[in-house]
Ligand binder design. Structure first.
Ligand code: ZN
Ligand code: ZN
Length: 180
């Protein structure tokens, strides 16, 4: 597997210089929104690191296929994730002043000039994960009574109900209208 720990090349310390990199990322699994996403094949990533004057901007894409559990039927749900990678690193010794907003986003590049892409790639994937994963948009889920997967089976649980019991006017059926 390609290393996700990158030593920033010396030429990137010149403003407006940039370098493009790509590789593969195998996160194994990521747990998010109480669901576990598994990755059967490594994901592809492509990034560009640019010197924006006193800081490095890391931008790009990580994408690949994930499998998780459908929230309704508990079968496998497949997603192709495309995450937007974004990271900012202040150069050591930079006198660039950060706005309050920037302070939350920026890390400071260490004296070793090393950037670990793993947390950036992981954060990008998490942002593209659905809040409620489904195997398909109209998944019918599981019958709460018998546990049948209603996508592949039909059960008789609902059909056993006497429809008249659900109808508030059913009682009128047996009522004799004297005025008629
Ligand atoms: Zn489902
Ligand atoms: Zn049922």
């Amino acid at each position: 597997m390609d290393s996700l720990v990158i030593t920033v090349p010396d030429n990137l310390f010149i403003p407006a210089e940039s370098v493009s990199l790509d590789g593969a990322y195998q996160p194994g699994s990521i747990t998010q929104n109480a669901g576990e996403y598994r990755f059967e094949a490594p994901l592809d990533w492509h990034i560009t690191i640019s010197n924006t004057g006193g800081a490095l901007y890391v931008g790009g894409v990580v994408e690949g296929d994930a499998v998780t559990e459908c929230a309704r039927c508990l079968e496998d749900a497949y997603y192709h994730l495309t995450g937007e990678v974004e990271g900012y690193f202040l150069l050591p010794g930079s006198d660039r002043e950060l706005t309050e907003e920037e302070e939350d986003e920026y890390e400071t590049l260490g004296e070793d000039h090393v950037i670990d892409l793993e947390p950036l790639l992981r954060a990008a994937l998490v942002l593209d994960m659905p809040y409620i994963p489904l195997c398909k948009e109209d998944c019918k889920g599981i019958c709460p009574t018998c546990g049948a997967n209603l996508n592949t089976e039909t059960c008789t649980c609902n059909k056993d109900d006497d429809v008249d019991d659900m109808n508030p006017f059913a009682v009128l059926k047996n009522y004799h209208f004297d005025n008629e």
